[in-house]
Design a protein around this ligand. Structure first.
Ligand code: ZN
Length: 310
């Protein structure tokens, strides 16, 4: 019996160690892809990071999940552009887009929507104490905001609710590339943060406003491979199908379980699910549940006062 238990214990230790090594490798490895002479994307555990080279420092969009990733991002951005990072843009408040910020010097310019700063203060204040507080968004805006640096322009725009109520999109004007943050999950089920003011219904119209913008061909999603306008349209078609069917089921008085059984999605063909045990499952039942919670009013935005309209 003792020997049997010992074997299990050893097997468990080995499994945990392998798990830890795999997790460490996932967190510490950052791959890059070049989109134009001056734009690169970094892929790693957490969000996709856009890197724009200018003649006077680089602009990076989002910083992944951990401080050590922020350090890796800083090193890679310096290596790829030959310049220090001059400006950080945070597309929204989620930790997998912001928690690398503290790897940068305190007082670095950090641009976000006013709404994103409010959501950080309301939901994530505990992560931003001490030195970390010096890398919170310190240049916030409503509507549209232009960052001019070393001969390049980044136009940050708040186009409406979607994934949260604070998401911005960042257009690299001269390079004709747009970073959509988590307004676009490419080929995978999205997180829908109703508590943070997100909305499946509003998201569809927000993507109409993204598609109406001129001046870009290449599209960086918050998660998944680099895409284009057609990729945005496909994701929007998925959201539309999700909302139309779920809202109809909710309006017919169906319970959540009945709705999960009734909704038949086709636009999510080939979508990857992401499951983080005890934290979050981003899969088909998750997105249907969130749409049902929105349609029935079972979950409402929390924290700072809900934004009027879009
Ligand atoms: Zn997010």
């Amino acid at each position: 019996m003792a020997r049997w238990l010992a074997r299990i214990a050893i097997a468990l230790v080995v499994a945990l160690s392998i798990g830890a090594i795999v997790a460490y490798q996932q967190v510490s490895s950052v791959a890059s892809e070049q989109l134009t002479d001056d734009v690169h994307v970094l892929f790693g555990f957490g969000s996709n990071v856009g890197v724009l080279a200018t003649e006077r420092g680089s602009v990076i969009v989002d910083t992944m999940t951990f401080r050590m990733q922020g350090e890796e991002i800083r090193e890679q951005a310096e290596r790829l552009t030959g310049q220090e990072v001059g400006v950080i843009v945070n597309t929204h408040y989620h930790l997998d887009h912001t928690h690398g910020n503290p790897a940068f010097p305190g007082g670095t310019r950090v641009v976000a929507t006013k709404r994103t700063r409010e959501l950080l203060d309301a939901f994530d204040a505990a992560s931003w104490t001490g030195d970390a507080a010096k890398t919170l968004p310190n240049e916030t805006f409503e509507g549209s905001y232009e960052i001019a640096l070393g001969g390049k322009t980044v136009r940050a725009m708040h186009l409406g609710r979607g994934h949260t109520s604070g998401d911005l999109v960042a257009l690299f004007v001269e390079d004709r590339v747009i970073h959509l943050g988590d307004l676009f999950f490419n080929g995978r089920y999205p997180n829908i943060d109703l508590e943070g003011g997100g909305s499946v219904q509003e998201w569809i119209g927000t993507l109409d406003r993204v598609l109406a913008l001129d001046g870009y061909e290449k599209v960086i999603p918050g998660h998944g491979p680099v895409s284009d306008r057609e990729g945005i349209r496909r994701f929007q078609a998925f959201l539309r199908e999700l909302w139309t069917q779920t809202e109809a089921a909710a309006r017919a008085g169906k319970s959540l379980d009945e709705t999960l059984a009734a909704v038949r999605l086709t636009e999510d063909a080939g979508y990857e699910a992401m499951r983080v045990p005890f934290v979050l499952n981003l899969d088909r039942p998750f997105v249907i549940r969130r749409a049902w919670e929105e349609a029935t009013g079972a979950v409402k935005p929390q924290g700072p006062a809900a934004q009027p309209g879009g």
